[in-house]
Design a protein around this ligand. Structure first.
Ligand code: NCD
Ligand code: ZN
Length: 486
């Protein structure tokens, strides 16, 4: 190899098993060598990275870039700029846009909006009663995965009926496609909210009171039952409660292919922050009492929870600070702040950098069928790299975020550990802490590198053969043979 595009020299390269001092050679979109500095080819460009860490770019399974439908909250350009500046190289966008991503036309609009993306992306299509017939066509047209809003949330999409959820899983199980589930029981929370509202409760904690942990326990249990029955792959979004972890542990032990994410807000915030944050804190599922924080860390560390996502859910400052909690939109931005927040916890020795890479990149790459192309710093992989300074200290400020919706519960929080540069497929999308604006549009769909190996479908035969077509040898509407009178 004579000369390559870029060589990053003398860095600490992080994988889930080890941290090694190595240099990384990049040519075009891919890494071509990782190894001792002496054996590296020359680079047309060289970057010294002594004392810095190279992590595979973070993969965020859960963001809301809002376009089409709510570009005043976020656009693909602003949301993906936030990702790039947060060391995130791949995102998965949620379907509660307007129109929701459950039809080919809505998907076309989303692909159009995504043309300005700074980072690579997957698209979760909508699984609901009205979209069951569209699932195959949506997959054909580019969705990577599906999302079922079993719990009511922003966008007010009706929760799929259990019948539709089962049918969706029956269809998707043989294809190996994973479905994200917002696991809260809608009828519990809608009823509770009505009771709170009629009792005149408008305070921040009324939101939590309306969404008790049992709503999460019940929904996760139901989803896991249907997933185990069908063999469908599922992914539990924004896991918030300590009390439902036993269900995940048990399902994993039984061989259910379930992956789980939690978010920095469930690890680091709790009701003690309610007075300070008010409506900013309103989020689904809710931020709970302090007793939930440590069990979620423990679950990450023991592998019950697989990954960190952010649920980047921007709403404008005006939409987040209304007098009644019921008038404040649910969610807040997070894709840009996840990495500094988590690296700070690594610096506090709550986890290692190797753990972090497993949660932020390796496990999401595996869950969505991208591992090999993404999620790893190795020859042949996409050159998706976050260059990290673990010593850099700062204070997070909502005024410096790339998101359009500059209101964040992390405003004013001291952190140590920042991404300095972000490379996506060999190209800087953030450099020296600054967005590389010419890189808008460099992001593309990960569909072309996605391989979901065929899953182990179970009990789906009944749906595909017996329900949709009459089994051979059975007369339609057969008359039972006459019975002898008793
Ligand atoms: C999300 C949003 O605003 O789209 N809000 C939230 O509170 N998390 C939707 C969701 O993920 O539930
Ligand atoms: Zn969300």
């Amino acid at each position: 190899m004579s000369q390559v595009d870029l060589v990053i020299r003398g860095a600490q390269v992080v994988s889930p098993d080890q941290i090694i001092t190595a240099s990384v050679a990049i040519d075009g979109e891919r890494i071509v060598a990782v190894g001792h500095d002496d054996v590296m080819p020359a680079g047309r460009e060289e970057l010294r990275a002594d004392g810095l860490f190279l992590l595979p770019g973070a993969i965020d399974s859960h963001v809301h870039f809002r376009d089409p439908g709510y570009p005043h909250k976020e656009t693909w350009k602003s949301g993906s700029a936030a990702a790039a500046c947060g060391g995130v190289t791949t995102i998965f966008d949620m379907p509660n846009t307007n129109p929701p991503t459950g039809t080919l036309e809505a998907l076309r609009l989303k692909h159009k909006a995504a043309e300005s993306s700074y980072v690579d992306f997957g698209i979760h299509g909508l699984l609901g009663d009205d979209t069951i017939e569209n699932l195959e066509a949506l997959l054909e047209a580019g969705v990577t995965s599906f999302k079922a809003f079993v719990g009511n949330t922003f966008g007010n999409l009706p929760a799929p009926t259990d019948g539709a959820l089962l049918e969706g899983f029956e269809k998707l199980a043989p294809l190996g496609i994973r479905t994200v589930v917002h696991a809260e029981n809608s009828s519990i929370l809608l009823r509770r909210q009505q009771r709170m509202e009629s009792a005149g409760r408008i305070d921040t904690l009324a939101h939590l009171a309306a969404r008790p942990a049992v709503a999460e326990i019940e929904a996760i249990g139901r989803v896991l039952t249907l997933a185990e029955w069908t063999g469908a792959r599922v992914h539990i979004a924004h896991h918030s409660a300590a009390d439902s972890l036993f269900l995940i542990r048990e399902a994993k032990r039984r061989g259910v292919d379930v992956t789980v994410e939690t978010c920095p807000q469930y690890l680091l915030l709790n009701t003690d922050h309610a007075a300070r944050l008010g409506g900013i804190m309103r989020l689904n599922p809710p931020i709970r009492e302090a007793r939930h924080n440590q069990p979620l860390w423990d679950a990450l560390l023991d592998g019950t929870i697989d990954m960190i996502a952010t649920d980047h859910a921007p709403h404008t400052p005006e939409e987040k600070t209304r007098e009644s909690i019921w008038d404040c939109d649910c969610g807040f931005p997070g894709v840009e702040t996840q990495m500094p927040l988590m690296l700070t916890e690594v610096n506090r020795q709550r986890a290692t950098l190797m753990d972090y890479v497993r949660w932020s990149s390796v496990n999401p790459a595996r869950a969505w069928g991208l591992y090999g192309a993404k999620g790893v710093i190795a020859a042949g992989a996409h050159a998706d790299i976050a260059v990290i300074d673990m010593n850099r200290q700062g204070v997070l400020s909502q005024n410096r975020l790339q998101t359009i919706s500059r209101i964040s519960p992390w405003h004013g929080r001291a952190v140590q550990g920042y991404p300095l540069h972000t490379l996506l497929r060999g190209r800087f999308v953030m450099r020296d802490g600054k967005l590389v604006t010419e890189a808008a549009g460099w992001g593309r769909s990960v569909k072309t590198v996605q391989t979901m190996p065929v899953a182990r479908p179970r009990n789906t035969e009944h749906y595909t053969s017996a329900i949709l077509s009459t089994p051979p040898g059975v007369a339609p509407n057969a008359t039972p043979a006459p019975q002898e009178p008793l």
